[in-house]
Each structure stands twice: as structure tokens, then as C-alpha cells.
Design a protein around this ligand. Structure first.
Ligand code: FMN
Length: 211
């Protein structure tokens, strides 16, 4: 077993200030921009938890690709476990953590399918290899051997040779309407800040929580 006893003494993730309660995700947007500017690895990586048919939470990382109003979005295989779980229960929870900035964001909300035109735009912005990869992977399904994926990749590579790689019907995206967002910032002497914004109909409330 490793030694996990020593914690970090957080210096300063900065004071949390919500400028406009009507724009609950705008601080998230600026934290991601700051993480990008600082050159952090995968500044938009998030853990997303879905609920399985038996009611168990299941988490994995995805890349946040859109922040718009009170919604965030990501792309994935529509036949993957996560997509099937969302079809059964649209409640999801998201966590992001930027250790170098000593900041965490947690979100809870409801996921729904992104419009196809937005998925098309994203698909066509990706590298050719990623677009072929989207055809080749039956995400979350069992694979007999490692070679299978390579073979499928090569098959699709020759099928689309010289042509545009179209959007696979099983590739898509989800938008998440956020109902609760919590901003956490590591502060000196363990006086960490937590600010929770919650939706109540058209309005948003703001509360401070003990860390
Ligand atoms: C940093 C990171 C980013 C990832 N981004 C995505 C993503 O944007 N979309 C996706 O489908 N999988 C992404 N993955 C892979 C997922 O974590 C996961 O393995 C895959 O989506 C299958 O999950 P599921 O079987 O629960 O559906 C990412 C993995 C890592 C480590």
C-alpha cells in the first residue's frame, strides 16, 4: 500500500465571486479558459456519473466540449453503456478538478440528445483518424482480441478512402441542463470556499457551505 497520509496544504485557488446569478456557468467557463491558458493537461476533462438500471452510480471521464447558457455538452457513442444508462435515467452528476489551480466544480442535471447538426459540426472538426475511430469502435461492447479494433479501423479506412468520413449514426452528443453547480476553491488554512448555485424554476439561488 502507498502512503496516502500526507495531504496538500492548499495555498490559494482564489476567492469565489459570482458576478451574475443569471449566468450560473460563466465562472466555470472562465475557470476552463484559465486552465487552458495555463497549459494544463486536458483542462476540460470531467467525470460524469450515470445511474445504472439497478440504481448504481457509474462514473467515467469524458471531455466537456460546450458551455452554453445553463447547459454543458459532451460527445460519445450512443450505444455505449453511459448512453444506454442515460436513456433509462437522465439524471447525471459531473465533477471537474484542476489540481494546479486548487479548484473543483460539481454539477448535477439532466441529459438529453444534442441536435444532429451540432454533432455533425463537431465530427467534421475532428481529425480523419478520430472520425474513422468513431466508426471502428463499438464502445463498451466486448472485444475478442486487440486486433479486432485495428482490423475494423483498417476496414473503415479503406471504405472511406478518398472520401469524407461521414458521421456514424451511432455517434452523438448529450447536452446537460444543469440544475445545481458548486464551485470549490482551496484556500489557506483549510478555509476552503464552497459556493452552490441552485435552480428554482426561472431563478437561481446562491449559498455558501462549510468545506
Ligand atoms: C481524459 C479522458 C477523456 C475521455 N473523453 C471521452 C469522451 O469525450 N467521450 C467518450 O465517449 N469517451 C471518453 N473517454 C473514455 C471514457 O472514459 C470511457 O472509457 C468510454 O466513454 C466508455 O464508457 P462507458 O462504457 O461507461 O459508456 C475519455 C477518457 C479519458 C481518460
Amino acid at each position: 500500500m502507498g502512503d496516502y497520509s500526507k495531504g496538500v496544504d492548499y495555498r490559494d485557488g482564489g476567492e469565489i465571486k459570482i458576478d451574475d446569478l443569471g449566468k450560473p456557468l460563466s465562472l466555470l467557463d472562465s475557470w476552463i479558459s484559465e486552465a487552458k491558458e495555463r497549459g494544463l493537461v486536458e483542462p476540460n476533462a470531467m467525470s460524469i456519473s450515470t445511474v445504472s438500471p439497478s440504481g448504481s452510480p457509474r462514473s467515467r471521464m469524458v471531455l466537456l466540449k460546450m458551455v452554453e447558457g445553463d447547459e454543458i455538452g459532451f460527445f460519445t457513442n450512443l450505444e455505449s453503456d453511459k448512453s444506454l444508462e442515460i436513456a433509462g435515467c437522465d439524471s447525471v452528476a459531473v465533477t471537474m478538478w484542476w489540481p494546479e489551480m486548487e479548484r473543483q466544480v460539481r454539477m448535477e442535471g439532466n441529459a438529453y440528445h444534442m441536435e444532429r447538426s451540432q454533432v455533425e459540426d463537431y465530427h467534421h472538426s475532428r481529425s480523419r483518424k478520430s472520425r474513422i475511430g468513431a466508426w471502428a469502435s463499438s464502445q463498451s461492447r466486448e472485444m475478442d482480441s486487440k486486433d479486432d479494433l485495428r482490423k475494423r479501423f483498417e476496414e473503415f479506412e479503406s471504405r472511406f478512402e478518398g472520401d469524407e468520413v461521414p458521421l456514424p449514426p451511432h455517434w452523438g452528443g448529450f447536452r446537460i441542463t444543469v440544475n445545481r453547480i458548486e464551485y470549490w476553491s482551496g484556500r489557506p488554512s483549510r478555509l476552503h470556499e464552497r459556493i452552490v448555485l441552485e435552480r428554482h424554476g426561472e431563478e437561481w439561488s446562491q449559498r455558501r457551505l462549510y468545506p
